[in-house]
Write a protein that binds this ligand. Structure first.
Ligand code: PEP
Ligand code: MN
Length: 339
């Protein structure tokens, strides 16, 4: 249930209502917008009649029953967009387009430094790179692991770019949190509820990538796991879903952007690299994502894609990324967005 306070509610009225919700046995999720305070009462819906009576309390505007199962992620609980601080002055959710770029996997010092320098020069805001890689084959490159984290931290320091890297299991959360500004939960782990609960206990921003066969509602329920753990810094990433189509690696669900933006206050970004699996389709789908209202993009870039240890075919060369950024600025300007 949502308890929306009047614009003119006094601090005493607000505190009293909060206290009553807690006395009724609910956990309170407080959202202070520029206009009004909104409380989310989280708990067993069976006692909701008592909450409904709060409408009679001074300062209460209305009590609304939330039908969506994702109580904290839904727009009703928090009408204004969530703004997330990613470190080093980089933010997402403020209307400006966030561009994250970097290799699929950190492979060497030379590789990550070359990419970091070039994407910084081209205007990207954040560096990506997997240190722990979820690979379909156990014989494929699994990542540089801790050495990869150290290299990411070096690149962060040298180029002033916050970094995002994937956390594959609970055991990795602590060490990855020491090095990264944002924890990525990959498509294959989107319903690893234990992992979601644990990242929910951290105070690091978390990027959730939609699973290969995750519905929008399931995706939002995964976000709910993190939010309900107390971590409100969740970013959603559409990265393509599995369909009957084989011309592209996945089917990038661009319609997920307006659907998610309607249903949730969380920022939504798009990954056209994994979404298509082919470097030549990255640009048109990046443009489509901006036009659809995405808050940002995640793009794979490698100095020599033909030598990449993972995802070479979908990786852009630094000069191609530079050109993509020019296009991104044009498309963003056309739809009234800043980059
Ligand atoms: C990645 O971003 O490198 C990755 C493995 O993505 P996904 O989890 O979307 O497949
Ligand atoms: Mn990849």
């Amino acid at each position: 249930m949502i308890i929306s306070m009047k614009k003119a509610a006094t601090p005493e009225q607000i505190d009293h209502v909060k206290q009553l919700i807690e006395e009724f046995g609910y956990r309170v999720h407080e959202s202070r917008g520029s206009e009004r305070v909104v409380f989310g009462a989280i708990g067993d819906e069976r006692g909701k009649e008592r909450l409904t009576c709060l409408e009679a309390q001074p300062g209460v505007e209305k009590v609304i029953r939330i039908l969506a199962p994702y109580k904290l992620a839904c727009r009703e609980t928090k009408p204004e967009p969530t703004l997330i601080d990613l470190g080093l002055g980089v933010r997402v959710g403020n209307g400006k387009l966030l561009v994250i770029a970097g290799p699929c996997a950190v492979e060497s010092q030379e590789q990550i430094m070359t990419v970091a320098e070039s994407i910084k020069h081209s205007g990207a805001h954040m560096l990506r790179g997997g240190a722990f890689k979820p690979r379909t084959s156990p014989y494929a490159f699994q990542g540089l692991r801790n050495d990869g984290l150290v290299l990411l931290a070096e690149a962060r320091e040298k180029y002033g770019l916050p970094v995002i890297t994937e956390v594959m299991d609970i055991a990795g959360i602590e060490v990855i949190s020491e090095y990264a500004d944002c924890l990525q939960v990959g498509a294959r782990n989107i319903q690893n509820f234990q992992l979601l609960k644990e990242v929910g206990k951290t105070n690091k921003p978390v990027l959730l990538k939609r699973g290969l066969s995750t519905t929008i509602e399931e995706f939002l329920m995964s976000a709910e796991y993190v939010l309900s753990g107390g971590n409100s810094n969740v970013i959603l990433c559409e990265r393509g879903i599995r369909t009957f189509e084989t011309a592209t690696r996945n089917t990038l669900d661009i319609s997920a952007v307006p659907v998610l933006k309607e249903k949730t206050h969380l920022p939504v970004i798009v990954d056209p690299s994994h979404g298509t699996g082919h470097a030549r389709y990255v640009e048109p789908m990046a443009f489509a994502a901006i036009a659809a209202g995405a808050d940002g993009l995640m793009i794979e870039v490698h100095p020599r894609p033909e030598e990449a240890l993972s995802d070479g075919p979908q990786s852009l060369r630094p000069n191609e990324f530079e050109k993509l950024m020019e296009g991104i600025r044009r498309i963003a300007a056309a739809v009234g967005r800043e980059v």
